[in-house]
Design a protein around this ligand. Structure first.
Ligand SMILES: NC(=O)c1ccc[n+]([C@@H]2O[C@H](COP(=O)([O-])OP(=O)(O)OC[C@H]3O[C@@H](n4cnc5c(N)ncnc54)[C@H](OP(=O)(O)O)[C@@H]3O)[C@@H](O)[C@H]2O)c1
Length: 292
């Protein structure tokens, strides 16, 4: 048994994936723009992830743009059986590295084709609609028009399954009335727990919740509680942060990002880290949650 098998599995769309996966955003250049500093190192991270048994990779054609998907294709194509690549559409990049909403029917359709071509697949396994009403915080607004475009692309066979990203619970409910939603990808980690209720609701309905920034994103998590628990367990703070997410709910799928093989190995070894109840209690305080 590979160590990441200990993370368990979950059904994402039509496929079973291990709960510990990999997020490829960090493979583009600084500011998620342009080529990576070290192209060969980026290829090595992806190949190492798959060698370790990762079968769920998160990406988007707006990382780079195009760069991350092209690196995934170069590193891994022809893809091993069972590898699920999840992408997202709904934004494009400005020349100044900005993130610009791209929600029109033409832009969404173009983005789906770009993802498919750059990844080198006939159909994309899962596509998340990344909402951009406010690029920094989920903000209310109907998603009916853009999601209907994605549902059409699914009917045409370009997209197998649909997810949502950067959304409010109201938008998740609206989305579920329009088409089958297999995953929700929002900002969540041990210190940022706005989606606690949403995670529980999705778990009841068998829908995956995929936290982005599981390690804190561009400013990795720093917490004396993470440090203390890690020291007690002989683990690292990042492993404890990931182990906490694995323990939080069975529908949580992890996609920690890294550009380093060393960090990748450390993160995947989090599957071996079992948190006792007193550690969970201590870690709940990181987000100011006090449980009886
Ligand atoms: N839907 C969305 O809107 C959205 C937004 C953001 C991200 N995402 C997805 O979520 C994935 C994960 O997010 P993320 O990569 O931004 O954030 P993350 O996984 O929370 O953290 C990545 C950061 O932590 C560092 N890091 C990783 N492992 C480490 C370790 N063991 N020790 C110390 N530092 C470590 C990385 O630097 P190194 O490269 O030096 O390891 C990088 O700076 C992305 O890859 C992307 O696929 C989605």
């Amino acid at each position: 048994m590979s160590s990441i098998d200990r993370s368990g599995t979950f059904t994402l769309g039509g496929r079973t994936v291990k709960r510990l996966g990999y997020g490829a955003m960090q493979l583009a250049g600084p500011g998620v723009f342009g080529p990576p500093k070290d192209h060969d190192a980026a290829l090595a991270v992806l190949r190492e992830a798959v060698a370790f048994g990762v079968n769920h990779i998160d990406t988007s054609d707006f990382y780079g743009p195009h760069v991350t998907n092209q690196i995934i294709r170069e590193a891994l194509h022809p893809y091993p059986d069972g590898l699920v690549i999840v992408t997202k559409i709904g934004a494009r990049r400005g020349a100044d590295k900005s993130w610009i909403p791209a929600f029109s029917s033409e832009e969404l359709t173009q983005a789906a084709h770009d993802n498919r071509r750059n990844l080198g697949v006939d159909a994309i396994e899962v596509v998340n609609l990344r909402c951009m009403f406010d690029p920094h915080h989920p903000a209310e607004g109907s998603i009916e028009a853009p999601l209907s475009v994605l549902a059409d692309l699914q009917r045409q066979g370009l997209v197998r399954h649909i997810g949502l990203s950067h959304v409010t619970p109201t938008q998740v409910a609206e989305g579920r009335r329009i088409c089958k939603i297999v995953c929700v990808q929002n900002y969540y980690n041990v210190a940022h727990r706005d989606d606690d209720a949403l995670i529980d609701e999705l778990a009841r309905d068998g829908i995956a919740y995929v936290p982005y920034f599981p390690l804190g994103g561009f400013n990795p998590l720093q917490s004396s509680s993470l440090d203390a628990v890690a020291t007690r367990l002989g683990a690292t703070p990042m492993q404890v942060a990931l182990a906490w997410l694995l323990r939080r709910s069975p529908n949580i799928l992890l996609i920690p990002g890294t550009s380093s093989v060393e960090h990748l190995r450390e993160n995947l070894a989090a599957a071996e880290c079992v948190l006792p109840d007193d550690a969970i209690k201590e870690l709940n305080h990181v987000a100011g949650i006090v449980q009886a």
